[in-house]
Design a protein around this ligand. Structure first.
Ligand SMILES: *Cc1c(COP(=O)(O)O)cnc(C)c1O
Length: 216
């Protein structure tokens, strides 16, 4: 199947309230243009340099989402154009995003990345750390950033029960913090990739990040 046929098939699989982020990491400009020409304009990258280069070379009406780990010293490169940062995981990073957003005269939306996988290698906050951050008095003073929800990645495994448990725990946490933090507009639960997005949607995902299933 072609890239645009893959995309159509995925779009049929996901309900209208779930937003699809086409993950373009390692893909060529031609591959990305094929998706763009089919009408899809929301893309995700996990590295700052790759995202910045692609942003420079591709049409400017593309929405770029940063989905991978973000280092404080790289925030300045994406601050002028990033649409959503999925991977905020410390107050220090949020201070820098706020500072760079202010320089660019904008408000940058972000998600807190939460650690749900049973693997050791993933980035992110524990539920406790995320709640602490949400409750911190300083967060409210950072006027050039806006929290929109949370993101998580399940274990990289074939064990569907484990994946479902992990997504379900993130979904429960999402509902809990929405109840407790009505002052924030928490509306995005970013979970689900090529191999697990169907389970993620069943467990309440509102945004899926799909790469290989689009470009294979
Ligand atoms: C690569 C990546 C994806 C997409 O993974 P696929 O398995 O190719 O769909 C989603 N989220 C993050 C954070 C990624 O790094």
């Amino acid at each position: 199947m072609s890239i645009s046929e893959n995309l159509d098939k995925i779009k049929k699989d996901i309900p209208p309230y779930v937003k699809l982020i086409a993950v373009t990491k390692t893909r060529t400009l031609n591959e990305i243009i094929e998706v763009y020409n089919s009408g899809h304009k929301t893309f995700g990258e996990n590295r700052v340099q790759e995202m910045t280069e692609k942003h420079e070379q591709l049409p400017k009406d593309i929405e770029w989402h940063l989905i991978g780990h973000l280092q404080t010293n790289k925030v300045k490169y994406i601050a002028p154009f990033v649409s959503l940062i999925h991977s905020a995981d410390s107050l220090k990073l949020l201070r820098e995003i706020d500072k760079q957003a202010k320089k660019n005269n904008r408000v940058i939306p972000y998600l807190l990345e939460i650690y749900i996988a049973s693997e050791e290698t993933k980035f992110g906050l524990s539920f406790e750390e995320a709640e602490e951050l949400l409750n911190s008095a300083e967060l409210i003073t950072l006027k050039n950033i806006k929290i929109k929800g949370i993101m998580g990645m399940a274990s990289n495994t074939n064990d569907e029960n484990l994946i479902r448990q992990e997504f379900s725990s993130l979904s429960r946490f999402f509902n809990l913090i929405r109840q407790k933090n009505k002052n924030y507009e928490l509306e995005i639960l970013s979970m689900g990739m090529s191999n697990d997005y169907k389970i993620a949607i069943e467990e309440g995902s509102t945004m899926v990040r799909i790469g290989s299933a689009v470009f294979r």
